[in-house]
Ligand binder design. Sequence first.
Ligand SMILES: Cc1cc2nc3c(=O)[nH]c(=O)nc-3n(C[C@H](O)[C@H](O)[C@H](O)COP(=O)(O)O)c2cc1C
Length: 415
Amino acid sequence: MYKYRIGASFTFSFLRNPDSTYHTQNWKTKVQSPSSGVKDSKQVKMSNEAPTIPLLTPYKMGNFNLSHRVVLAPLTRQRSYGNVPQSHAILYYSQRTSKGGLLISEATGVSDTAQGYPDTPGIWTKEQVEAWKPIVDAVHAKGGVFLCQIWHAGRVSNTGYQPNGQAPISSTDKPLSPRISSNGIDVAQFSPPRRLRTDEIPLIVNDFRLAARNAIEAGFDGVEIHGAHGYLIDQFLKDKVNDRTDNYGGSLENRSRFALEIVEAVANEIGAERVGIRLSPFADYSEAGDSNPKPLGLYLAESLNKYDIAYCHMVEPRMKTVAEKVECPHSLQPMRKAFKNTFLVAGGYDREDGNKAIVENRADLVVYGRIFLANPDLPRRFELNGPLNKYNRETFYTSDPVIGYTDYPFLEATT
Ligand SMILES: Cc1cc2nc3c(=O)[nH]c(=O)nc-3n(C[C@H](O)[C@H](O)[C@H](O)COP(=O)(O)O)c2cc1C
């Protein structure tokens, strides 16, 4: 039995058996403990106790007692007709709920200017808040912890999604080139954005604050601020987009100001212990790359400590775009070390890789996107080391309330 220190504040005892199936080739010969160094396999074999799968060990994130570390990633599914969550989402989210499991909702618009895709949900109207309630209740009924990912698309939008056909807002007025849509078929057209005036920025910060308040009203346990993947917050963070000359552009401090003001406003509104943020410093999705991503990620991780928020969720550098894994020399380790509270990682993880991230103390929780989308009982499959359903990319964003949404089979049904 080895003692592991996980994150800044939580220690738990860990049982390992080198014969358990989660071990990688490496682990069979040596097992790395963050506190005690390398153990040889003989020492490990002395334990007669049942194997423990690292991903399935409990974790305390502030006030949330999680029973395992397999987190549902935020996944846009474009089935919220007219920006209102629909009753089919009750089944979808409850299928992916396990007792003590953490779920992050699909990106949810903070205002009527936030949208950039068809049928993504919002949380700025009373109707939307009411529509979320039975979905959140269903997750809670099964013992899940549910966070709402609050989001603004910024310039990843066009006038068709904007009130009165106005231009999308951004940190810049630089337009985005048309690109093949996430469905791989259509060409997404973006309208030239309108650069926010300095005096308008507090209004957008306030939209995030109100959205967080609404999320709590809807019953969510907290929010994740979407600061990743080239959307509005990222359009401020990254120097390849942000060409401002005011207090919100130029230096790292200035480019990070908008994100941190949102964190502060949201934390003050609903309590820091209910707030997380997602960041992707290394990604360049929607032409939002940075010429110096590591200092940017580090600066953010360090600055976030001031607000004492529950977690920082970072997307692996190997994910240049949302769903494309590439080889890459960068690492999230400096940010993991710099951030004092819970650290979540996402991007291209499988069971082996996720277990390894936990054992090597590279993350506290591992976030799964595509394989959780296709395997509603993912934690159970990890427990049994069961086979995985393959995901069907063609139905990621189609609007059918069942197909590709709630019809992925459970393991028990397939065996
Ligand atoms: C269908 C789909 C929808 C996604 N929607 C969101 C989203 O709403 N918010 C977000 O932050 N990331 C979104 N992502 C990114 C995922 O959360 C995740 O980071 C990405 O899929 C990589 O993880 P994976 O390899 O486990 O799938 C989406 C990805 C996919 C495939």
